[in-house]
Design a protein around this ligand. Structure first.
Ligand code: NAD
Length: 484
């Protein structure tokens, strides 16, 4: 059985308190996770603080960039190990993990290494009150020790998205992976060691949130800044912890994203796009579409086409041929999603397709599989339309005008992403200007350029990361004024 150890100051550290790591595919116990207590978290913070002053803190940007490239290369060298670890932890299809999760895990280091190499700071020459000259310029320094608290849906991708930026900017990190998915963060410790990243620069502490590693980490005053991806209500708890010491936070939180399809859209592309945005990764994508609005002239045709696509998706374990959707992450999450499936029926929704669990061979009967599900007919006040479900499901409602589509899309506490399908340029730009989100996709979904800003508005997040925007959070900008 695998043992997932903490990685502190360059050493793998076991603890006496362990918890089970179960495979979502069949609910078997596949490993034991060593939970970090207060002492281990404090040791990680001490190591990360010391590393800021040591070799890492003194390292030239050029050397640091080379090291991050080496980390990316080593992830690629161990591609199969990362792939196996991610699939075992999440149950996601191999095609998805091998095309998105692992390559992005490596790319996250290279992209930010490139950015940090090339980013300028401002410089002004000014006339002083006495008629002399002064030169004003800026220098950037790392913010310090960054706490990185991660979710389970894209474990390596979302963790390295933070770690790549933080390290590129010269910080040290302590990662708290989700208790559901400890594997790839632990494996990255081996990569850091092999590449020669100095001890204490990358640390991993395992455990849960409240009363465990998550809380110990975010409350530790030696952590200078906290970057978090996860549920909005967890963000509220972390924000309260970060208030002590007025420490900055960067949050990527939940969503209840709208997909909007106009009658003039390329129909087949729109259906394919919404199929992905609603069901990919079994709906466990923060950017996913759980509310779909379709312009009335094509409403019935669209519902029928999306139904056909959903019913063609094969649900099952990663090793089964042709699988499109894996299981949900845990028994608890399945219970939550099935709860919404029941609630939709109780509220009088028309179940267009799905609404239950698929039939699978006996050995997978304890896996956390659910059917892709489509509803119509619910009022906008329904919890199905207002609350984040995080499963492979969506509700489809008709609309008539651009104004109505904007109003529907914005009628939510969240503001993460939207996907708009139209061939009318004016409509596209109007939607982009009016929908209150951090990310607006036109005739596409999940298309990312890591040089651009990523984040959510309203209850979906605080701040933006990506490209030069990451520097706002991961560095301190100091102004230097020189009287010449
Ligand atoms: P979660 O909030 O339950 O847990 C995320 C992490 O926070 C875990 O590591 C957990 O142990 C830790 N945690 C929980 N309580 C804590 C506390 N009080 N103090 C410190 N740490 C604590 O989220 P999840 O269920 O792992 O992930 C799913 C959620 O993440 C969804 O809401 C989804 O929308 C969101 N998400 C958002 C984005 C984005 O970019 N906006 C990306 C992926 C996932």
């Amino acid at each position: 059985m695998k043992q997932f150890l903490n990685f502190i100051n360059g050493e793998f550290v076991a603890t006496s308190k362990t918890f089970e790591n179960r495979a979502p595919a069949d609910n078997r116990v596949i490993g034991m996770v060593h939970e970090a207590g207060q002492a281990e978290v404090d040791a990680a913070v001490t190591a990360a603080r010391a590393a800021l002053k040591g070799e890492w803190g003194q390292m030239s940007v050029v050397k640091r960039v080379e090291m991050l490239y080496a980390v990316a290369d080593e992830i690629n060298n161990r591609f199969d190990d990362f792939l196996a670890a991610e699939i075992a932890d999440t149950g996601k299809p191999k095609s998805l993990a091998s095309h998105i999760d692992i390559p992005r895990g490596a790319a996250n280091f290279k992209v930010f290494a490139d950015i940090i190499k090339n980013v300028p700071t401002e410089s002004f020459q000014m006339t002083t009150p006495d008629g002399g000259t002064a030169l004003s310029y800026a220098v950037r320094s790392p913010v310090g020790v960054v706490g990185v608290v991660c979710p389970w849906n894209l474990p390596l991708l979302l963790m390295t998205w933070k770690v790549g930026q933080a390290l590129a900017c010269g910080n040290t990190v302590i990662v708290k992976p989700s208790e559901e998915t400890p594997a790839t963060a632990t494996l990255l410790g081996e990569v850091m060691d092999k590449v020669g990243v100095p001890k204490g620069v990358y640390n991993v502490v395992h455990g849960f949130g409240p009363g465990s590693a998550g809380e110990f980490l975010t409350r530790n005053p030696g952590v200078n800044a906290i970057t978090f991806t996860g549920e909005t209500r967890t963000g509220e708890a972390i924000m309260a912890a970060a208030a002590k010491g007025v420490r900055p936070v960067s949050f990527e939180l939940g969503g209840k994203n709208a997909g909007i399809v106009f009658a003039d859209a390329d129909f087949d592309k729109a259906v394919a796009g919404i199929t992905r945005s609603a069901f990919e990764n079994c709906g466990q994508v923060c950017l996913g579409t759980e509310r779909v609005y379709v312009q009335r002239p094509i409403f019935d045709k669209f519902v029928a086409a999306l139904k056909a696509k959903a019913e063609a998706l094969k649900v099952g374990p990663s090793e089964m041929d042709g699988v499109n959707l894996g299981p949900l992450i845990s028994a608890e999450h399945k219970q939550k999603v099935m709860g919404y499936y029941e609630k939709a029926k109780a509220e009088g929704a028309t179940v267009v397709t799905g609404g239950g669990s698929p039939e699978l061979p006996d050995q997978y009967k304890d896996g956390h599989y659910v059917q892709p599900t489509i509803w119509t007919g619910l009022p906008e006040t329904s919890p199905i339309i207002r609350e984040e479900i995080f499963g492979p499901c969506c509700h489809i409602a008709p609309f008539d005008t651009v104004e109505e589509a904007i109003e529907l899309a914005n009628d939510t506490d969240y503001g993460l992403a939207t996907t708009v399908w139209t061939q009318n340029l004016e409509t596209a730009h109007r939607m982009a200007a009016s929908i209150e989100v951090g990310l607006c996709w036109i005739n596409s979904w999940f298309l990312r350029d890591l040089r651009t800003a990523f984040g959510g508005s309203k209850s979906s997040g605080i701040g933006r990361e990506g490209g030069v925007h990451s520097l706002e959070f991961y560095t301190e900008l100091r102004n230097v004024m020189v009287k010449l």
